[in-house]
Design a protein. Structure first.
Length: 180
């Protein structure tokens, strides 16, 4: 069964946001072979609760008022480019998110939300090249030895972690890093 296409999260299997699973989806009641691994914002605790199809078509949001990304975090609470309400709704209500150490944010650029490429450690971020590294460096604001030490300590699964995005229009990288 082919997964639905998520405009702003093109490979949720590679990022670990969706995994193979025999869990039943709480929204449709079906076992479809895949499940969202995050915990959406909702009144109920909904961990490993939704299939990708119920996220993509908005069923999970409609039935449980589930938000996969804080709508205000799309654009980093106003410090990145603003985007249209329809884009915010697609990312917040119909796109699988990711798990961060702090509140997740979604990079915006060229008046659109960007594609989430994944959680990044030093090695993963380095594989995307100098522009991706610069995007994370500029966001954290560290220089010299402070940046070198921080960059070398980035870890995909431990803290600190970088979250990399790419603009769908111009290809620019953006994102942020965080730790507890």
């Amino acid at each position: 069964m082919e997964l639905p296409v998520f405009t702003y999260h093109p490979d949720p299997l590679a990022t670990g946001s969706i995994e193979a699973s025999e869990n039943e989806c709480l929204a449709c009641g079906l076992v479809r072979g895949f499940i969202y691994k995050g915990q959406p914002y909702a009144e109920e605790e909904l961990i490993d609760a939704f299939c990708p199809w119920c996220i993509a078509d908005g069923t999970a949001h409609r039935k449980f008022d589930a938000e996969f990304v804080d709508p205000d975090g799309i654009g980093n609470y106003g410090s990145w480019e603003p985007v249209a309400k329809e884009i915010i709704e697609e990312v917040a209500y119909r796109t699988p998110s990711f798990t961060g150490w702090q509140q997740e944010r979604w990079f915006t650029h060229c008046a659109d939300a960007a594609e989430f490429l994944g959680r990044m450690g030093h090695a993963e971020l380095s594989s995307f090249g100098a522009d991706a590294i610069k995007a994370i460096k500029d966001e954290i604001g560290f220089e010299g030895d402070e940046w070198k030490e921080y960059f070398e300590s980035l870890d995909k699964n431990e803290e600190p972690t970088a979250y990399l995005f790419r603009c769908r229009h111009c290809g620019s990288y953006g994102g942020y890093s965080d730790f507890t």
